[in-house]
Design a protein around this ligand. Structure first.
Ligand code: ZN
Length: 164
């Protein structure tokens, strides 16, 4: 297993690309996923999308438990149902040191596949619903910066440029 390098916002256009569906469920996919889980825990994240570590694949991992022993893998996910609205404050491993307000759905039902290609469904509210939407946005090439109003987005990009 290995800790992967997390791509920072503005560093690589892969963060802005819509990811491709996973077609082959083999041992190299398994290795990618296990390295992603290790990388997520190492960086104290609660979710990580494949394109954040350089893979153009529709998959993400997450674990919102404080014990950090219940990681879930979701491949080729899609939304079945979404309801309600909630305001969240979100950070992102690709945008270190920044917490931004984001409008999210408060309830979500999604489906996807596990590492064996078995279909799974997840119903979520609260923090889990927010994490799922955050990661699924990554897979569409969107980050929490893209969710900000136009002028705030310009300001943030300017600020990030100064930091680099
Ligand atoms: Zn993120």
């Amino acid at each position: 297993m290995a800790i992967l390098k997390i791509i920072k916002y503005g560093e690589n256009k892969i963060l802005k690309e819509k990811t491709k569906p996973v077609e082959i469920f083999n041992s190299s996919l398994k290795e990618i996923v296990h390295n992603m889980i290790e990388t997520m825990y190492y960086n104290k994240g609660i979710g990580l999308a494949a394109n954040q570590v350089g893979f153009n694949l529709n998959l993400f991992v997450f674990d919102i438990t404080p014990e950090k022993n219940s990681s879930v893998i979701l491949i080729n996910s899609s939304i079945i149902e979404k309801k309600g609205q909630t305001n969240s404050q979100e950070g992102c491993l690709s945008i270190p040191g920044m917490i931004l307000p984001v409008k999210r759905h408060s309830y979500l039902k999604i489906s996807g596949f596990d590492l064996k290609g078995k279909k799974i469904e997840i119903e979520a509210e609260g923090l889990l619903a927010i994490v799922l939407q955050h990661e699924m946005d990554h897979l569409k090439g969107k980050t929490i910066i893209d969710k900000q109003p136009f002028f705030k987005r310009i300001k943030i990009k300017h600020l990030l440029k100064k930091q680099n």
